[in-house]
Design a protein around this ligand. Structure first.
Ligand code: CP3
Length: 413
């Protein structure tokens, strides 16, 4: 579709966005790119909005208008191929009635860690979205997704952005490319990463307490992990039913496990979460959302992550992309698209260093059936956002968009 499409009222001959084509194993005309943590502290407009709102991180996530606005900020600015819903893997814990907060600089903190079988029994009596606050929170998540999709558009309805200036509108147009709309990616935390926070009560280096419970009390572990899988599956499914057209399961801490433990005591629960997410149909595409499975430190776990039922696997920057592609070939039914894996540290290196690394990443990705460019982990808060915009232009091979990136956002705003 051309840029004139939103006014023509005709969408029948629409082409699917590059991200969705890549996630189903096709090679679109441009390689899609988005960034984990593309929304957030690297963007001055995010910091300004947080200051104005004066709300905690999780309260912002549960305000539909704010969550949608923050979701859209990086799309308008960078022209990335997808939005990722602004929320947190901890949100469903809050919506199941747990006392959880996110402390700046520290991360998630739970007032009552889950350590004993009695704690597990109390926890597993809870449900996603139950009670007055849980129900209102679940509805807020869905309203946030719908509000973001209203601007991103769908195959049958043009995107909005009526009140936006020229530069943000150019970002939305760059994001759509030859499609008429931009997909929204929903997400949730994988059961092990959620369980690690639940058992430890906060971030930890090696997740010792969680791994002790895993070995010492398999029954309690099974109950805890089954509960986490259903919770996160329900959270992702809710985002898909509200309009997300792809989703990602984040297993940030899976890298602390041996391959044998991962396979026997963790992967089956990630598979359960993915299967619950897969049952949801997106009203945007009329289809289930393709599912990306991502973790860090997972070079030895990639084949099992694929086998858990993922359509594509996200690769971190400690893993060689070519090796990952070779391992994933044959690890599941059919060819496996890959996502990744630029080192976030390169974002603050000179462009003369970053640009060849981007080209090398694209080159390595050609060995896969399809490739979605991303970082190997989230955008660091210290990143200069103009660098991210220029990176998108390089991946898309767009001289026009590079000129826009080089002009800088502030100059245009
Ligand atoms: O990627 C995106 O743009 C979407 C939003 C998103 C956030 N968290 C927003 C956020 C996503 C996908 C997440 C996932 C998440 N949250 C994970 C898995 C991915 C990963 O990074 O490994 C984990 C482990 C969490 C838990 C969590 N939430 C941590 C460790 C932190 C950082 C704490 C800190 O202050 O450094 C958070 C807070 C958080 N989640 C922020 C954002 C933008 C920072 C909040 C702020 O602006 O103060």
């Amino acid at each position: 579709m051309t840029d004139s499409a939103p006014n023509s009222g005709e969408f029948a001959a629409d082409v699917a966005p590059a991200l969705l084509r890549a996630l189903t194993g096709a090679r679109p005309e441009r390689t899609p790119v988005w960034f984990m943590r593309q929304a957030g502290r690297s963007l001055p407009e995010y910091r300004a909005l947080r200051d104005r709102a004066g709300l905690s991180m999780l309260d912002v996530c549960l305000d539909p208008a704010l969550a949608a606005e923050i979701t859209l900020q990086p799309v308008r600015r960078h022209g990335v191929d997808a939005a990722v819903f602004f929320s947190d893997i901890m949100v469903p814990l809050r919506l199941a009635g747990l006392a959880v907060r996110i402390e700046p600089g520290l991360g998630p903190v739970l007032d009552e860690p889950v350590r004993t079988p009695a704690d597990v029994a109390r926890l597993t009596a809870r449900r996603y979205g139950e009670g007055e606050a849980g129900g209102a929170g679940a509805r807020a998540v869905e309203a946030g997704v719908r509000a973001a999709c209203a601007e991103l558009g769908t195959p049958t309805a043009p995107g909005g952005g009526a009140n936006l200036g020229e530069r943000p509108l150019a970002g939305l147009a760059a994001s759509r490319g030859s499609a008429s709309w931009t997909p929204l990616i929903g997400f949730g935390g994988a059961p092990f990463t959620l369980a690690a926070y639940l058992v430890e009560g906060r971030a930890s280096r090696d997740h010792l307490a969680a791994r002790t419970l895993m070995h010492a009390d398999p029954g309690a572990w099974d109950a805890l992990m089954t509960w986490c899988a259903r919770l996160t599956g329900d959270f992702i499914a809710a985002q898909v039913r509200a309009g997300a057209s792809a989703a990602q399961l984040f297993d940030s801490w899976a890298g602390s496990l041996s391959p044998a433990d991962y396979r026997a005591r963790v992967a089956p629960y990630s598979a359960l979460a993915l299967s619950i997410a897969r049952r949801a149909v997106s009203p945007t595409t009329g289809a289930p959302a393709p599912l990306i499975h991502f973790g860090t430190g997972t070079a030895r776990l990639l084949a099992d992550m694929r086998a858990a039922g993922a359509d594509a696997v996200g690769v971190d920057d400690r893993t060689d992309l070519a090796e990952a592609i070779a391992v994933l070939d044959g690890a599941g039914p059919g060819p496996c698209p890959v996502q990744g894996n630029l080192d976030p540290a390169l974002l603050t290196a000179p462009w003369e260093v970053l640009a060849p690394a981007v080209d090398a990443c694209l080159e390595a990705g050609r060995a896969a059936p399809a490739h979605v460019v991303n970082l190997g982990h989230g955008v660091p808060p210290t990143t200069d956002p103009d660098v991210l915009t220029r990176l998108v232009a390089r991946v898309h091979g767009s001289a026009d968009w590079e000129a826009t990136a080089l002009a800088g956002w502030e100059a245009a705003a």
